[in-house]
Design a binder for this molecule. Sequence first.
Ligand code: XCC
Ligand code: SF4
Length: 635
Amino acid sequence: MSEFHKKAEECSMWTKEAGYLIEKARALGIPLAWDRLEKQSPQCNVCEMGLSCAKCVMGPCRIIPGLDRDKGVCGAGADLTVARNFGRFVAGGSASHSDHGRDLVEVLWEIGEGKTEAYQIKDEEKLRRLAEELGTDSKGDTKTVAKGLAERLGADFSSFGPGLAFLARLPKKRLELWDKLGIRPRGIDREPVEMLHRTHMGVDCDPVSLCLAAARVSLSDGWGGSMCGTEVSDIIFGTPKPNKTTVNLGVLKKDHVNILVHGHSPVVSEMVLLAAKDPSILKAAADLGAKGINVCGLCCTGNELLMRQGIPLAGNHMMTELTMVTGAVDAIIADYQCIMPALVDVAQCFHTKFISTSDKGHFPGAERFHFTPHNAKALAEEAVMIAVRAFGNRDQSKVDIPVEPVSMLSGFSNEAVLGALGGTPGPLLDAIKAGSVRGAVGIVGCNNPKLRQDECHVTLAKELIKKDILVLVTGCATGAMGKAGLLLPEAAELAGAGLAGVCKALGVPPVLHVGSCVDNSRIIHLCAVLANALGVDVDQLPVAASAPEWYSEKAAAIGLYAVATGITTHLGLPPMILGSPAITKLALEGLNQVLGAAFIVERDPVKAAQLLDKHITSKRLALGLSAGNGKEAAA
Ligand code: XCC
Ligand code: SF4
């Protein structure tokens, strides 16, 4: 047994390469997230329950009913404290996605104004199609159409616009329900700001009202900011088409300059990719002995490049620190979100340069650039040159890339999926009706060091496809599925007979990669398309969502907008709401009566798959369809 395999075997981590690199980091005295988690443990139980509050300086308060501390100084009890905390948590996630979406709309506007040369319209057809859908000029010259569309979407961020443009995609019944509940989102910026206001001491003191407001905030993200992010990114950088690429740490190349792009925005990473093809920069790399410049992705900006350009994915959230422990990473170029501040410290233990690119995301100790649509090209070239020079300082004797890359397919935009089916949702609906595809589950999101890395993602997906449930995957779940080989057509072998047959006929995997975190908007859009085609509301579809290893505020926003859209959502870990039995009950049961969907919390992925299967079966039966997958007898 090789040294690598021995160490990996001994290690308790899920992925072998992670185990190996964690050991290596420990030997070098470099602390990682798992070590810091250990030092933080046991974590504060009051915070975990959502019962601590530091929203004013009469506090901080800990609400501990059993200990005769049932109210904060202001008089807020457990339910209100949990609701206020959860509202702000969701507002944080929504604001992050939506501010990212805004960046794309701004670039589109700059293109329309003729103010940037660096960015162009790659998908003119989608530009015009969207302009027509949203009722802006779709016939003029490209710039006019781009400007008109950008201004229409820009108006959705304010409070005085005509109302969120993409809401027209929803079934009428869902919009009527939102109006009845008062949760139709009004402005993309307005909703999170209003949540900050509502949760100030002495504003909204009704926990249920706050929970409904949180749902409205999340909808401004899913049907607003995130959808802008996805649709406009497609217009500027191209709508994804199926492409073959690779995933895993093994995508790093010992004889190349290795650049990892990290964060979320394609605005920067697409420019880095272009700069890495510049002949003069390639020559500079060759002069230092490099065979080329290898740009790979991390996290969601990695997913963006994977979807559109087939750029290999080096890893997901919990792999980000470890990439540098290979000694092979020359630079990490990062924009915003999910970039652990620890990365700068780890980089300093190696020759790796850490470069930050967003004016919103400062990382002390990093080389700091401020990318704008005007300087993007020049700055990307400068950043890539920093990586090239770092390659010159790399100690090749210390390079240690412990695994080989794994092949995968990416690029399953809704356009690509429906296009492959002849342009209409009909064939997909037929497969669902026939029971060969019994339903679909979107597995989204992060890793969390509290869980065995990737295990929940992979186990859940395998269990679901076995039951003829198609899986759509986004964000950091992608790295997990890819490494496990589930993003290849051959994985159809692991699926039930019905799903396997469909996958083989179409040559697609049973787990389809549909993009980054903001691209969960593709999933809710597809659900709306299917519901409209069937003439039902979204909550009647045999679909569900799952975030088995989630960690971030954004994941909470995604989960909530999925539920508010009518899609029951599984979470591997509970949000910090357990301190309020009333709100917990609302989340797990009550929402079913209100929205036709609710949360399921289950840490064990096998049990979670059973619960999701049960949910899908009940939706099928309610639609008058067979349970499918040989379940008729049981049903
Ligand atoms: Fe972040 Fe989007 Fe989560 Fe990954 S998956 S850890 S949010 S990068 Ni969206
Ligand atoms: Fe305490 Fe109320 Fe202030 Fe929160 S808002 S810190 S519960 S006094």
